[in-house]
Design a protein around this ligand. Structure first.
Ligand code: PLP
Length: 425
């Protein structure tokens, strides 16, 4: 049973005076011996079950695609046309410029970075790996695995703040204008990890049209949550490929997406979309690695979803499961911390995360307190390059995986830890 919600301190009360009471509250929390986990942006088993019938597809005896190609055999580097058709509509890109590949978009981002380092991208004076220094702009807070890709290749990370409309475009434009070592920018355009921001059309336009000192500047446009709405308002992402082409910089963005949080996180299909030159570049290098992707899995996806609308319908079922968990996070934070002025948090309209900002200097203490009470939180700093949040203020909450009752219970505990850490200060 969920814990009864402990009474919150009176609004604007002097938290320090409440320290003894908060310590007692925390001791009681510890005594409950909880074991809860808000670290992982994974779909829950209930969500995975939505796609369970897919495991019976394509089914024995069904092994040709709509054009009669035998999916069991080698070939088809671009991916199954049937599936590319469906996702081209969803991602708002031409089918010819969309590749359907393996099971993880992270692999495609990593490989794009690797190819750029080994051979350069179209327009590169040198392979990035032979440049003295390569830097990428990382909007913060951001996705730790983007940072890991940069770190693995020795790409230096420069941060800019996120805004409600996406990366601070003026800060980005100022950095890229006269620094040719800045070769790229990470963007999660829809329901960003972790703050849920959606890139506005104005920001997208600015990013694809700003002058860059590097002739081979790339935006890694990671549209991981393009279809992952938490409300009936199904936000449409700015059409970055069209905007870039209009601005005369067609090769600037490379879009990534996947069905990791649509079908199965471990057995989905990943997509890459970009200008014809970029797609040709990617395929040229991919062709050395692979004769073709897993077309059986791609056919399974195409048959299960049937159409773009089939995918949208499916995502509405995900929303029914996820929305109450996000509502619980918001409700508990509002009830417990609402008007104390010690924390702010996002109210995402989609995606998988809530970004919580606590009293500067206390995020790692909150995570530590939570851990000692049996609540696993993403390590403080994880949303910043090199794991260092200069303000030690940001915590990423991931409510998708635990059952609703556990999300509520864990959030009550998090609120207690935020209050105690603030009072200790
Ligand atoms: N990009 C973002 C922003 C994510 O949050 C995640 C997963 O959490 C991924 C990419 C991973 O995508 P994939 O499973 O397609 O590798």
């Amino acid at each position: 049973t969920p814990a009864p919600s402990p009474a919150s301190p009176a609004p604007h009360a002097d938290l320090a005076a409440q320290l003894p009471a908060l310590r007692e509250q925390y001791a009681a929390l510890q005594a409950r011996g909880l074991a809860l986990d808000l670290t992982r942006g994974k779909p829950s088993a209930q969500q995975l079950d939505l796609a369970e019938p897919m495991l019976a597809l394509p089914g024995e005896g069904v092994h040709t695609d709509a054009t009669g190609v035998d999916v069991r055999n080698y070939g088809g580097l671009d991916g199954l046309p049937q599936l590319r058709q469906i996702f081209a509509e969803l991602l708002d890109v031409p089918v010819a410029q969309l590749l359907a590949l393996g099971n993880a978009s992270l692999t495609l981002m990593h490989d794009a970075m690797a190819y750029a380092h080994l051979w350069g991208v179209p327009g590169s004076p040198l392979p990035w790996g032979r440049e003295e220094k390569v830097r990428f702009i990382c909007p913060v807070p951001g996705y730790d695995r983007h940072f890991s890709v940069c770190e693995a290749f020795g790409v230096e990370m420069v941060t800019v703040p996120m805004t409600a409309d996406g990366p601070d475009a003026e800060a980005v434009a100022a950095l890229v204008a006269d620094d040719p070592t800045i070769k790229g920018l990470w963007v999660v355009p829809t329901y960003a990890n972790p703050d849920g921001a959606v890139v506005s059309e104005a920001v997208a336009r600015r990013l694809v049209s700003m002058p860059t000192a590097a002739p081979d500047f790339r935006i890694f446009w990671d549209n991981a949550y393009a279809l992952h709405h938490l409300t009936a308002n199904e936000t449409k992402t700015a059409n970055v490929l069209d905007l870039a082409a209009e601005a005369g910089n067609p090769d600037r963005p490379i879009m990534f997406a996947s069905t990791s949080k649509i079908s199965f996180a471990g057995a989905g299909v990943a997509f890459l979309a970009a200008s014809p030159a970029n797609v040709g570049w990617y395929k040229k290098h991919l062709a050395v690695q692979s004769i073709g992707p897993d077309k059986v899995n791609q056919l399974r996806h195409a048959l299960f979803f049937g159409s773009a609308e089939g995918v949208r319908e499916h995502m509405r079922k995900h929303r029914e499961i996820l929305a109450p968990k996000f509502a619980a996070v918001s409700r508990v934070l509002t009830e417990r911390l609402g008007d104390l002025g010690i924390a702010t948090w996002t109210e995402p309209q989609g995606g998988y995360f809530v970004s919580l900002d606590v009293v500067p200097g206390t995020a790692s203490r909150v995570v530590e307190l939570a851990a000692s009470a049996g609540i696993a939180l993403t390590p403080a700093g994880a949303t910043f390059p090199y794991g260092r949040d200069p303000r030690d203020a940001n915590i990423r909450l991931a409510p998708s995986m635990p059952p609703l009752a556990e999300v509520e219970e864990a959030m009550q505990a998090v609120a207690t830890c935020v209050l105690l850490a603030a009072a200790e200060r």
